[in-house]
Design a protein around this ligand. Structure first.
Ligand code: F6R
Length: 615
């Protein structure tokens, strides 16, 4: 939700900031804007639509060159995506500029107060009040960082703010509460951004900002304080990937690149998990084994694709540990007053580590005394920082809005947690754990094989470009895979897509089946629980008899489905619980190709943003 960049140094701020915005466009792309300090003044430009509109504007009406600047790419909350509502927002004198991510909940009151004091506000946004408040405070303090601290103390809600003032030409000030902001530290220059991707081309030295902190950037260094003015604790870290990891690398879309990276992402997430004695070690899981032995319930909270990973994890956790496991949409979790205590282990799954719904769910769980384990892909993000323990997935940066490699690695991480729980609680023997790890280690090669055979899937997708609806069916772990296939199709191809538990069909949804309706069916392994496989074969026959065009994903050697499959997508044979790791891949390719065939923007689907930092 909105990408923010700030820069102070000796390079052209406009170049650094616009290049940074390009890398953050996945966070929002409703409008974009920049402000630079130059020649004793402040110059700004902003445009509705994608960054390319702003770039055109900057060619037609160039800004003066300066080495201090800020920029923003927006996902609209307050006020539609217009030029006027685009950030930065300025005060009436045009001396202060501010960009913002989040929602200022008390903005209406603040706006009314400002209007009474004679301020003229030009946009419908909550952000603009901050520019005016900063200008007022600066007129008293002549210190932008102090002005920011004073303003932040009056704001309610979630926000990242980054501001510059023409009277402090070598200073950029940022603040954060419940919204991401990281600092990059270079030689004689410093950066602020919603995500390290914005400055990774310049420096890999980063600082995590804590909750309710203000940071002042100067060429010579960075000062962090709390909103109360006290020196703030900082955690520096080294970003372990480089600029090339955040580029398309020859692919047309980030999504295609990220799909192709899945074998490596899966392998990397498994690296170093078994110690010399053959035990599973999860170093980052700092919850003592004695406490994990006392756990009587696991609750998984997550959103979207990460929620689907959680649904699959439930099968593994319950099967391997015999601990009851609930999976809940993070956005619903705290509102139903869930029953939690110190014996509940809450697992929060999030690629970005910034999803507000998941963050709020984990805070609620901690308030109830539960331990929280985060499964996360983004080092230094808020969710792992606020959890008791974290297991990082090593997918590398995921830029495409639709999650792919993060999903597969979340599954791997969930399996590792399940096995670890089994190990500490003694419900799984060491050799059993090693056998599953061996199976998991082979998955990377199997995913590679799936990727090599995707041309017929692409062809099929293209042939369905004119359809309105596609349904997805699955049983057992294939059910969340069906949900994930439908989600991918909705968000990328803008088609009506629904995932169902195949057994539920007869309770209503079968009425949807009509002539030539494409229905994707994820068939469980016939080598697993044969009853499941038999049942799905019956389901395929039922829908085909009613006219459905069946697209069956089935493992190699499964001949029973062949007579009923209008299209057959083969996947390698895997153990039942691990099948989602291979079965999801064709569905990702299918959705990506259908979106392309329908002329949609694959990496930046309409109305969406990668990191959802509002509730
Ligand atoms: C779908 C997708 C979203 C995210 C969801 C959670 O392709 O990407 O559904 O999975 O917004 O995001 P994270 O994992 O960052 O918490």
């Amino acid at each position: 939700m909105c990408g923010i960049v700030g820069y102070v140094g000796s390079q052209s701020a406009l170049e650094v900031v616009t290049a940074g915005l390009k890398r953050l466009e996945y966070r929002g792309y409703d409008s974009a804007g920049v402000a630079v300090l130059a020649d004793g003044g402040l110059a700004a430009a902003k445009k509705a639509g994608k960054l390319v509109n702003l770039e055109k504007e900057l060619v037609e009406r160039p800004l003066p060159t300066g080495s201090t600047g800020i920029g923003h790419t927006r996902w609209a909350t307050h006020g539609g995506p217009t030029d006027a509502n685009a950030h930065p927002h300025l005060d009436n004198a045009g001396r202060v500029a501010v960009v913002h991510n989040g929602i200022i909940e008390n903005f209406a009151v603040l706006r009314a107060e400002l209007a009474e004091r004679g301020h003229e506000l030009l946009s419908e946004t909550d952000t603009e009040v901050v520019a005016h408040l900063l200008a007022e405070e600066f007129s008293v303090t002549a210190d932008l960082a102090e002005a920011m601290r004073l303003v932040c103390r009056r704001l309610e809600g979630a926000f990242t703010l980054v501001a510059v003032h023409a009277d402090e030409p070598d200073v950029v000030v940022g603040a954060r509460r419940n919204s991401p902001l990281v600092v990059g530290v270079g030689e004689g220059e410093a950066f602020l951004a919603s995500d390290v991707a914005a400055f990774i081309a310049h420096t890999r030295s980063a600082i995590e900002l804590g909750q309710d902190q203000v940071v002042e950037l100067r060429r010579g260094g960075v000062t962090v304080t709390g909103f109360d003015g006290r020196p703030g604790d900082v955690r520096s870290y080294h970003v372990d990937w480089d600029a090339s990891a955040a580029e398309k690398g020859g692919y047309d879309y980030f999504m295609l690149k990220e799909i192709a990276e899945q074998p490596k992402a899966v392998a990397d997430t498994l690296l170093g998990r078994i110690d010399v004695s053959g035990s599973l070690t999860l170093d980052e899981v700092r919850i003592p084994a004695s406490e994990l032995r006392e756990i009587d319930k696991v609750v998984i909270v997550a959103c979207g694709t990460a929620f689907h990973a959680g649904l699959i994890a439930k099968y593994a956790i319950e099967h391997w540990t015999r601990i009851p496991c609930e999976v809940e949409l993070a956005s619903e979790f705290r509102y139903r007053d869930p029953i939690l205590d110190s014996r509940s282990l809450v697992i929060a799954i999030s690629q970005s580590g910034e999803t507000m719904d998941t963050l709020m769910a984990l805070r609620h769980a901690r308030e109830q005394g539960s331990r929280v384990l985060a499964i996360c892909n983004t080092n230094g993000s808020t969710i792992p920082r606020e959890s008791d323990a974290v297991l990082y997935t090593h997918a590398g940066p995921e830029v495409a809005v639709a999650s792919t490699k993060a999903f597969l690695t979340q599954l791997v991480a969930c399996y590792l947690v399940a096995l670890y729980l089994g190990q500490v609680r003694g419900t799984k023997w060491g050799d059993e754990i090693c056998a599953v790890i061996r199976d998991l280690s082979r998955i990377s090669v199997e995913v590679e094989r799936v990727l090599e055979t995707m041309e017929p899937v692409r062809e099929l997708a293209r042939s369905l470009a004119e359809k309105d609806t596609v349904l997805f069916l699955g049983r057992h772990v294939g059910y969340p895979v069906a949900l994930e296939g439908a989600l991918k199709l909705k968000e990328l191809a803008y088609m009506h897509a629904e995932g169902f538990a195949a057994g539920e069909l007869k309770h209503g949804p079968i009425a949807l089946i009509e002539d030539d309706l494409p229905v994707v069916v994820v068939a469980p392994s016939p080598r697993g629980r044969s009853v499941l496989h038999d049942k799905i074969v019956s389901n395929i026959q039922e829908i085909r008899a009613r006219g459905a065009r069946t697209i069956v994903i089935a493992e190699e050697g499964d001949e029973a489905v062949v007579p009923y499959a209008d299209h057959l997508i083969r996947i390698p044979a895997t153990p039942t619980l691990l099948q989602p790791l291979v079965a999801t891949v064709p569905l990702q390719v299918f959705a990506c190709e259908l979106a392309t065939a329908r002329g949609n923007e694959v990496d930046q689907p309409r109305n969406l943003a990668k990191s959802v930092t509002v509730e």
